[in-house]
Design a protein around this ligand. Structure first.
Ligand code: 26Q
Length: 863
């Protein structure tokens, strides 16, 4: 049909196929084919969308037009379920989960929505039949990866939405519609360079703008006392500017159910009277130009992960989306209930870290100032509504906002925070009468010249439940980070170990393994991951082992081809794929891995003819743009890669590939191909990790420290099926108490010494020998994250791992057992625990009687 225009299509400069994932090859066995489409109907609907939405004939269409038409066709298949879901919740006035998160790292929508609509195969067939010259996978490659998050925390929110919908829990996610998501990382001369990610440029077919639910948000100004009609003292916030929040909804379909949840993302708009004084003064042009101030609020995602950047715009973003979301909840509640006295019975508001924690003060303000409720009643409602998840143990990552900034941006909230603190400290004082040090530690305010508000304390005091995200993490929250709070309110604290959704992280990303598993134990594992246990019975079956191995090899081959096409790099598929993908942060210790690669290189140089296992080291990591040492580590990784490539002695036996722009889509390609998962953070620093779960689920073996969820993974898969190394939390503490001197390790370990010397003398930066001196200096003088202390243990463990890899049969068995025992790490299990212990919400089944009902009749089909 469009073949005459094939050339034009290929050269379309708009939205080039962005990634190397377009070769994807998956005759999909992955679905529960629903009744929503047959091939002919799909073709007619698709062409209708092309004509009426994109206003194009096939002969004129670009790949993006096809992508848009396809997405709209799929979206239409799901909106009936979506509206039935919202209608059901409204009519039954059910208790809803409201998940507040500054980040939702969704990943591509088309693949997920095809899967959940149950029409992947139909669409694949239909597109082939129409002979457009583009496969389903070409069109999928058109979609930009919505990167509305930094890393773990944002991705967890996306997995949780998938599980909420799949478990039929009435839920809405609230967040920010950033115009620019996480930056695109390109590597130039080995350095990270950031490019803006304007993901909305060619339109987003998955969002529905709902201007009718626009709300107003106040900022700045001052407060005034007044006496109300009944003689009560009250406070009015006289803001000096306002912005509008306008919502964009995205659908979140459950798997194998009719439930479709909502993700409501707020976008900032200038209000008419934002600068009314300028209008009044007649400065029309300036007033209109200043609209950009408001619209900047949702412009860009702050690219910091575990390194908060305290800036006014960031605080404004946080308050903006929280204020919009709470108004939205209250509006809906009042329609159904008339007043707010039972608000706490109808919502469970989850704070994803402290980023939305200003919501505690905002809900108090709404109840007390706007809805004239008395303080005590308002406080009961607030505490019963909110719960808080902590995601970090790094002291520097705990959010604190200067009182000065809060007072100028949100003067009323600052007063409310002081009042919350006054009452809270009275309670504490009553309990511990003579302990001023304790009061100072627990106060919401850090006193001193530069007073600050501790947002984690606000979140904890204003919530009925606080949780950590892995067993060890929760213990450390209770014993260290929030020790006083735990002692004061022991029942508030609980653990909710993270999980990942098997839909995206197995079914979509690893169709071959998914098929083998379904053919072996049936399909129920997709919504009941514990069923994977049944695979244990096949771990000793030679035929099954062979198939398992073959699939891993094919996935490696697929990744190798992608790397070849994208970067012109050849990698050996017979090498072990040893992978570390995650944000770049010193505590995650990518540098430890690099030190060890250099050591292996030195050994190879000394004995070039020894027979060693070929190893491919894959790295993927974005560094926060202002994080100097992290960016230097990326440069070091790439510099070592170059030296290995150029050294004739290496012969491809040690190879590093740094995959740029690691994101959800790249992850989907990498996890299925990985054989070794690197999880080597310093014990006590990684709250949980979730990449560790994706790897193990896909049959990679883990080399890791006893940190975060690694410990629970070890307990689940068995320590004989994992490679554990490094100091544990107790040993780390003991070492620090004794006094840690990294130079001792350097002096005592010749191998390590030589590695560091080589970096220091410019072996990897011959043109600029001192380039990596800052890395050498931190290692030898501070080594905050104890790389040198853990080096030898890691090296020994890695050697054991390589030995184990030589016994292929046993390796496969370990791989099968890893997958088989990962059932616990489904986000379905995490969500079920939140529902039972924290939210107290029950599933609500959505009935959609006849899905064929909404077949459009106005289908146009050009002959
Ligand atoms: C805060 C203020 C200003 C600017 C940025 C930030 C900010 C943004 C993102 C601070 C932290 C984050 C992200 C934290 C994060 O991703 N934490 C990870 O959460 C995962 C899910 O629970 C865990 O698995 C990881 O261990 C944890 O590091």
């Amino acid at each position: 049909m469009a073949t005459r225009y094939g050339k034009y299509l290929d050269e379309n400069p708009l939205r080039p196929a962005r990634d190397f994932y377009r070769t994807k090859r998956m005759k999909s066995q992955l679905e529960q084919e629903g009744p929503v489409f047959n091939v002919d109907l799909f073709c007619r609907v698709f062409l209708n969308k092309l004509l009426h939405r994109q206003v194009k004939l096939p002969s004129q269409a670009t790949p993006n037009d096809y992508y848009m038409a396809l997405s709209h066709a799929i979206r239409d298949r799901l909106v009936n379920r979506w509206m039935k879901s919202t209608e059901t919740y409204h009519e039954q006035d059910v208790r809803m989960v409201c998940y507040l998160s500054a980040e939702f790292l969704l990943g591509k929508q088309l693949n997920q929505n095809l899967l959940h609509a149950g029409c992947w195969n139909t669409v694949e067939e239909g597109l082939e039949k129409m002979q457009l010259g583009h496969s389903l996978y070409d069109l999928m490659a058109q979609e930009p990866d919505p990167g509305l998050g930094n890393g773990g925390l944002g991705r967890l929110a996306a997995c949780f939405l998938d599980s909420l919908a799949t478990l039929d829990i009435p839920a809405i996610g609230y967040g920010i519609r950033y115009e620019f998501g996480i930056f695109e990382q390109v590597i130039e001369d080995g350095w990270q360079v950031e490019r803006p990610d304007y993901w909305l440029q060619l339109g987003n077919p998955w969002e529905i703008h709902r201007p009718e639910y626009m709300v107003e948000v106040k900022l700045g100004g001052h407060t005034e006392f007044y006496i109300d009609d009944e003689g009560w003292q009250r406070v009015k916030w006289k803001a000096d500017r306002t912005v509008l929040g306008t919502p964009f909804d995205m659908l979140v379909p459950g798997y194998n159910t009719k439930t479709v949840a909502t993700l409501r993302l707020w976008s900032a708009r200038a209000s008419q009277d934002f600068n009314f004084h300028l209008f009044n003064e007649g400065d029309y042009t300036r007033a209109v130009a200043d609209k950009t101030y408001s619209e900047n609020i949702t412009k860009v995602l702050y690219p910091n992960d575990n390194t908060p950047q305290g800036q006014e715009l960031r605080l404004t973003q946080q308050y903006f989306f929280v204020a919009c979301s709470l108004q939205d909840m209250i509006r809906q509640h009042l329609i159904k209930n008339g007043d707010l006295s039972c608000f706490q019975e109808k919502v469970a508001i989850q704070l994803n870290d402290t980023h939305p924690s200003i919501g505690v003060a905002e809900l108090m303000r709404l109840l007390v100032d706007e809805h004239k409720m008395n303080w005590d009643k308002a406080w009961t409602i607030t505490c019963n509504s909110f719960s808080y998840t902590n995601h970090t143990l790094l002291p520097e990552a705990l959010e604190r906002w200067p009182v000065r900034l809060l007072s100028s941006l949100l003067p009323r909230h600052m007063e409310i925070i002081y009042e919350i603190n006054r009452r809270f400290l009275n309670e504490v004082r009553a309990h511990y009468p003579n302990d001023p040090a304790k009061l100072a530690r627990m106060s919401l305010i850090v006193e001193g010249d530069d007073k600050q508000v501790r947002m984690a304390h606000l979140a904890c005091v204003g919530s009925h439940a606080v949780n950590g995200v892995a067993a060890l993490h929760t213990e450390l929250v209770k014993s260290d980070l929030m020790h006083d709070f735990h002692e004061f309110w022991p029942d508030k604290f609980s653990n909710k170990t993270n999980g990942v959704t098997p839909r995206r992280w197995m079914l979509i990303s690893n169709p071959k393994l998914s098929h083998l598993i379904s053919a072996t134990i049936g399909k129920d594992w997709v919504t009941d991951l514990a069923q994977l246990q049944k695979l244990e019975a096949y771990a000793d079956n030679p035929e099954f082992r062979e198939k398992w191995w073959e699939i891993k090899q094919e996935n490696k081959q697929d990744l190798a081809e992608c790397i070849y096409h994208q970067f012109d790099l050849e990698v050996r598929p017979d090498a072990i794929f040893d992978v570390q993908v995650k944000r770049l942060h010193e505590y995650k210790r990518q540098l430890l891995k690099v030190l060890h690669i250099i050591a292996q290189y030195q050994q190879l140089k000394k004995n070039p003819d020894t027979d060693i296992q070929a190893q491919l080291f894959l790295f993927g990591a974005k560094a926060a743009p202002g994080y100097y040492i992290a960016k230097l580590i990326i440069k070091l990784i790439n510099s070592v890669a170059t030296v290995l490539d150029e050294d004739k002695d290496v012969r491809g036996r040690l190879k590093i590939v740094f995959l740029p722009n690691f994101n959800v889509s790249v992850g989907e390609q990498i996890y299925p191909a990985a054989e070794l998962s690197e999880q080597i953070s310093l014990a006590g620093k990684e709250a949980s990790g979730t990449g560790n779960m994706k790897f193990a689920l896909n049959g990679a073996l883990t080399i890791g420290t006893l940190d975060g969820a690694n410990i629970e993974i070890r307990d689940a898969v068995g320590k004989e099926n994992m490679f554990c190394c490094g100091l544990d939390v107790k040993e780390v503490k003991a070492l620090r108490t004794r006094g840690y001197h990294p130079r001792e390790y350097y002096n005592d370990n010749p191998e390590l010494r030589e590695v560091i010397n080589q970096i220091a003398c410019g072996v990897f930066s011959p043109d600029k020998p001192k380039l990596f001196q800052p890395i050498v200096d931190t290692l030898l003088n501070h080594d905050e994250y104890l790389l040198l202390a853990d080096y030898q243990s890691y090296a020994d463990c890695h050697a054991k791992m390589l030995e184990a890899y030589q016994d292929r049969d046993n390796w496969i068995k370990m791989s099968i057992l890893n997958t088989a025992r990962m059932g616990f790490f489904s986000s379905d299990r995490s969500i079920a625990e939140y529902c039972r212990d924290i939210w107290h919400v029950d599933p609500v089944e959505v009935e959609v009687p006849d899905e064929q009902i909404d077949i459009p009749i106005e289908v146009y089909c050009p002959s």
